[in-house]
Design a protein around this ligand. Structure first.
Ligand code: NAD
Length: 311
């Protein structure tokens, strides 16, 4: 059955070992099931706690492993928190102990604690940065070492439209998700010479998080029916995690049935000639339309590229 799907689509994970963090439910569960159905041996990591990231347990990860093995796939559960260096190492060690290597890492674990900006407690700020940002560091570092040494790897980070475009009452979440994209940008550049491709997804789909929004902040959100199945995100994650994916250092949105590349560009801008005096605030005011003009923008592949694109 699985082999048929693979032949049909050409996207196979036969012989590959994958880690999916936060795979006890929502999007992560869908990612783990799809990778396993396509032949990957999967580490199903999940702390098993609440949507706020509190508590923990083995039931969520165990359930997904059960689903995978019942369907004829191979998986092991791991219950470590991604948010500490020891936890991150233990997640990767689970893959090495059970399956001998790591080819694919999908950083998906996350928590959420929404509140108006001035009401965000230090705890709500720190716990979000711990799970999303530190978690992405601490699992990816040991996985990257394995991938670098074997000269192959695929890493998918999970950011959010909230972090890249903004979303009221989610400052802690948005800051964390923006940081994830910044991290992915560098891991992508450092991974490239080693055959490691690193990309980011910005999902909108039916995990626990999508339900946890203040309706007042969602004014203007279209209410027409649209695909909201976690599997819609999984299609993109599996593609990016596959050997077939030739892209590195990119980000993609999946929302309301639309798949699209997301990028940060730089306008052509206003140039101060080398022999002219240093600009003043008045010079900026005089040229602000040119500075903001989006015609002819660039999408630099690195900081060096940004600077070298300036004539
Ligand atoms: P979810 O709550 O169903 O899944 C997140 C999982 O991460 C949970 O199972 C949770 O137990 C686990 N987790 C939390 N803290 C952990 C830790 N310290 N260590 C290991 N596991 C931990 O949410 P979801 O909606 O499926 O979201 C999955 C990812 O996608 C998250 O990173 C989320 O921020 C991101 N995202 C989701 C949406 C959406 O619309 N659902 C939108 C943008 C981004």
């Amino acid at each position: 059955q699985h082999k048929e799907v693979i032949t049909m689509t050409g996207i196979s994970f036969e012989g590959r070992v994958a880690i999916v963090t936060g795979a006890g439910g929502g999007l992560g569960r869908a990612h783990a099931l799809d990778l396993a159905a396509r032949g990957a041996k999967v580490v199903v990591n999940d702390l098993g706690g609440s949507i706020a990231g509190t508590g923990g347990g083995t039931a969520m990860a165990d359930q997904v492993v059960k689903e995978i093995t019942a369907a004829g796939g191979e998986a092991v559960a791991n219950y470590d928190s991604v948010a500490t260096p020891e936890g991150g190492k233990a997640v990767v060690r689970a893959a090495l102990d059970a399956f001998g290597t790591v080819d694919v890492l999908i950083n998906n674990a996350g928590n959420i604690r929404n509140a108006p900006f001035t009401e965000l407690t230090p705890e709500a700020i720190e716990s979000l940065l711990a799970v999303h940002v530190k978690g992405a560091f601490y699992v990816t570092q040991p996985a990257f070492e394995v991938m670098r040494d074997k000269g192959y790897g695929r890493i998918v980070f999970t950011s959010s439209a909230a972090g890249i475009f903004g979303s009221p009452e989610q400052a802690n979440y948005a800051a964390a998700k923006g940081a994830v994209l910044g991290l992915a940008n560098v891991v992508a550049l450092e991974g490239a010479p080693h055959g490691i491709r690193v990309n980011t997804v910005l999902p909108a789909a039916g995990g626990r998080m999508a339900a946890d929004m203040n309706p007042d902040t969602l004014v203007g959100m279209p209410t027409t029916p649209a695909h909201f199945e976690p599997e819609m995100v999984t299609a993109l994650a599996s593609y990016l995690a596959s050997e077939a994916n030739p892209y590195n250092h990119e980000a993609f949105s999946i929302a309301r049935g639309r798949y699209a590349r997301v990028f940060i560009g730089v306008t052509e801008g206003h140039h101060v000639p080398f022999d002219a005096p240093v600009a003043t605030a008045e010079d900026i005011a005089a040229h602000i339309d040119r500075i903001r003009d989006q015609d002819g923008y660039h999408v630099p592949g690195s900081m060096i590229e940004e600077f070298s694109l300036i004539p």
